[in-house]
Design a protein around this ligand. Sequence first.
Ligand code: ZN
Length: 252
Amino acid sequence: MESASNITTPQSLLRPHEVFQTGLMAQLLDGVYEGEMTVEELLTHGDFGIGTFNGLDGEMIILDGQCYQMRHDGSISPAQMHQKTPFAVVTHFNPVIKRDLPHNILRRSATQVLDDFTVSQNYMYAIKIVGSFEWVRTRTVIKQSKPYPKMVEATENEDIVQFDHCEGTIVGFRTPIYEQGIGVPGCHAHFIENSYQAGGHVVDFKLKEAHVEICPGTSLKLQLPLTPEFSQANLSPEDLAEQISKAEKHSS
Ligand SMILES: [Zn+2]
């Protein structure tokens, strides 16, 4: 018989772990698409993450310390160290929960299963899903030019692209609802195919079979841009919740 101390309780999966973020979701909603943080600096804060590039020039995915840029034209390339980001969330990925997911489930069910694996909805979680997919539907932000429109407007013409029968990795963060405006409440995830031929901001998926690894985050380091645009942005619009829910399907 196992002694009580050897039984893994969900609470025992928690250990202090930092999530690093640059920029705010509320800032993107207000059309502030330029930050000062370079990819090079961002990678010192984590080897795993998601975000976007200045001007909303595509979706960012960071996997195993490599940063990729997935543009709206479908191209995927390694990001250059000097490129900058207005919004990104990263962590040094050190998973404490490793499980197989049930086969043939949709995103909605996967989200429920992931919630069951985690300790509490009151922490942040970095989530990595590796496996084969029946299909993955993604969106990719379109590079914007100045004067920048607000995000709800900037993202309204994005189309959904579906990739069938593919193998790849989802990099995501589950963010508590109380972080609304700081981040994207709920699950925000990006996908990249193993061959680096396909990817984007995840809208929906159906798994064939997959393995998930989860790294709880217990502290958040937030770095804000020191730009006049950020200084002057309206980060508390009356319809913040509404804008977020519209942009959640689109957000970078
Ligand atoms: Zn995204």
